[in-house]
Write a protein that binds this ligand. Structure first.
Ligand code: FEH
Ligand code: ZN
Ligand code: ZN
Length: 368
């Protein structure tokens, strides 16, 4: 089968032929219909040898949707049948610690001992025609949701949803939330906020086209960063400051903007991997009661909730479908900021089946 493989650290992935996997024990084989391309894939490819707890070669792709092809002999079908359309929960942990038992594999207690971080992250992923999933419990039915919508929801959607969940106590009536970075995650976060909270949603991005995306996604206000953006955001929040900030860029500038815009008792979720730094100390410029979180991906229980929002029409990912065989070009375009939506790779053998679900590509990539 065709697969996009990382063959060595800091070497561009290659499209090559590998054996189609066979499900063993409790595994389930998924025939891939779509696999999202995430900025984290670029970070993985660029990682110096020894910085991640796993080694190439492996197949990339941690946002995967497709059809159940076969079940391993010990698989617990739990209502799952061959042919069912599913999305894969990708943050695979050890499967047996207290966190994994609670469906919080993203916070596995044994993460430090694992030689993988999930599907396509040290274990073969979904940028291929087929992918093995360790257990049926990692598969969430998607009904008639198009695969190129479901796949990005398993990471871009789930990560946004989980970050919002951690701030939900700050998002009641009369509150204001700022989304910094309106790319693959930010535009989904805006839609989730509008669908599940009463907050007024403000957006900040450095690109005009991202502000237009923010508007289309339901933001009440969107602005380019300027010298007085913190004051502008505070003004948009009745002058007292925003109750919460979701930073999908994660640079020093965006972290400082977030803190300057926050209300006392406000919360900041740092999601973006921009490598920014923030000094946290009691005396200084942080608002009293300031809360900082670094949410990672999401939980198994949250993924069906994200899928349900999409199936209700409340959330729609702006995607660009790209044939799997063109993955190297897609990586190059993502690197140079020319992916104008969430790129979704589609196995060449199935790309025609998704042709009818075209979603115009209009977003630009923001580091996740
Ligand atoms: C994946 C791998 C490593 C870091 C971050 C990620 C995120 O894209 C998962 O949401
Ligand atoms: Zn990702
Ligand atoms: Zn675990």
């Amino acid at each position: 089968m065709q697969a996009v493989r990382l063959t060595a650290w800091q070497r561009e992935p290659v499209v090559t032929e590998v054996e189609r996997p066979v499900p063993r024990a409790a595994e389930v084989l998924l025939r891939v219909e779509a696999a999202g391309l995430c900025h984290s894939d670029v970070h993985v490819v660029d990682a110096p040898a020894g910085t991640l707890p796993y080694e190439p070669p492996f197949t990339l792709g941690h946002e995967v949707a497709g059809r159940v092809e076969a079940l391993g002999p010990d698989a617990d079908p739990d209502g799952l049948s061959v042919g069912d359309r599913c999305v894969a929960y990708g943050a695979w942990g050890c499967g047996s610690c207290a966190r994994c038992a609670a469906g919080q594999d993203n916070y596995c207690d044994r993460r430090g001992t694992l030689t993988w971080h999930g599907v396509g992250l040290g274990r073969d992923g979904g940028m291929a025609e087929y992918v093995l999933v360790p257990s049926a419990r990692h598969l969430v039915p998607i009904g008639d949701l198009p695969a190129d919508q479901a796949a990005p929801l398993s990471d871009a959607g789930l990560t946004s949803y989980h970050a919002i969940a951690g701030l939900r106590d700050l998002l009641g009536e009369g509150t204001t939330v700022a989304v910094i970075g309106v790319g693959g995650l930010g535009h989904v976060a805006i839609q989730i906020l509008r669908a599940t909270t009463q907050s007024r949603v403000l957006a900040v991005d450095v690109r005009e086209e991202a502000l237009a995306l923010a508007d289309r996604s339901g933001a009440h206000f969107a602005t380019l960063p300027r010298a007085d953006t913190a004051r502008v955001l505070r003004t948009q929040a009745d002058g007292v400051g925003v109750d919460a900030v979701l930073d999908f860029a994660g640079t020093t500038a965006t972290l400082e903007l977030a803190v300057a815009a926050l209300r006392p008792g406000g919360g900041l979720a740092l999601v973006g991997s921009g490598g920014g730094r923030l000094t946290v100390r009691k005396t200084g410029f942080l608002p009293p009661g300031f809360r900082l979180s670094l949410p990672f991906w999401g939980t198994l229980r949250e993924l069906p909730e994200v899928i349900a929002l999409a199936r209700s029409g409340a959330v729609r990912v702006e995607t660009e479908r790209i044939p799997l065989s063109a993955a190297p070009e897609a990586f190059a375009r993502l690197r140079s900021g020319q992916v104008r939506a969430r790129a979704v790779l589609v196995p060449d053998s199935t790309s025609e089946s998704l042709a009818s679900h075209t979603c115009d590509a209009t977003i630009s990539a923001t580091p996740q």
